[in-house]
Write a protein that binds this ligand. Sequence first.
Ligand code: URA
Length: 247
Amino acid sequence: MTEAEKELRYNALKTIRDGLVKASNAPLFKYRTENKYFPVIGEGAHDAKIMFVGEAPGETEAKTGRPFCGAAGKFLDVMLDSIGMDRTTVYITNLVKDRPPGNRDPLPEEIAYYSPLLLEQIEIIKPRSIVTLGRYSMAFLMNHFGLGNQLQSISKIHGQVFHVKDRDMAIVTLYHPAVALYNGGMRETLLKDFAVLKQFLGDEFPEELFEKSSVVSAQSDDEDAPSGPVALDLPKKELLPEQTTLF
Ligand code: URA
């Protein structure tokens, strides 16, 4: 990436951050400010080849402004390490940018409000693969990118790679990492699914992967594990004001 492109991306992401910080019309703005939470925009490389999209920040994330920095995030770090990556080489964000009260599922109006910000982030970063973590980001992004007809429950399509036909981009549907926290048996499934991402680390988009079909299946077993966030009882952390600049 050239210096000019770097600056362009930085400024575009900063604009998203600055806009959301003062967006008093955001559905979770009141809850955020009353609780002295931060919006969680995203973190990582602005030219990442892989972008991870979770559901919404939990309490630890809202207190620090960092995505996936609680217990589920620790397992995400383990999975990244398993393919030789870390947070500095990928970009991590969420569908909903503010914490829903009590870690409840996001409401349709919250997804409607925050998802355009995610779509802007995708256009800025231009990842080669978008990894959905959990069923909300999976459903939203598959529908948005014209893959709605292939959408099934996450227990059916976890670990699959879908080709977004009109661009060199894939959507990889993974379980939410929190699943491994309340069902230890799922750790291996998550790690196995994660290995599919190795194919997106090269310099070129792996077009040949999709020559026969628009879907590459890494996994076709049928566990019926729940997906999505869990209410995590996480240790309280100090506020880190400098983290609010993250985006
Ligand atoms: N769960 C999510 O979906 N996102 C986070 O940032 C943290 C936990």
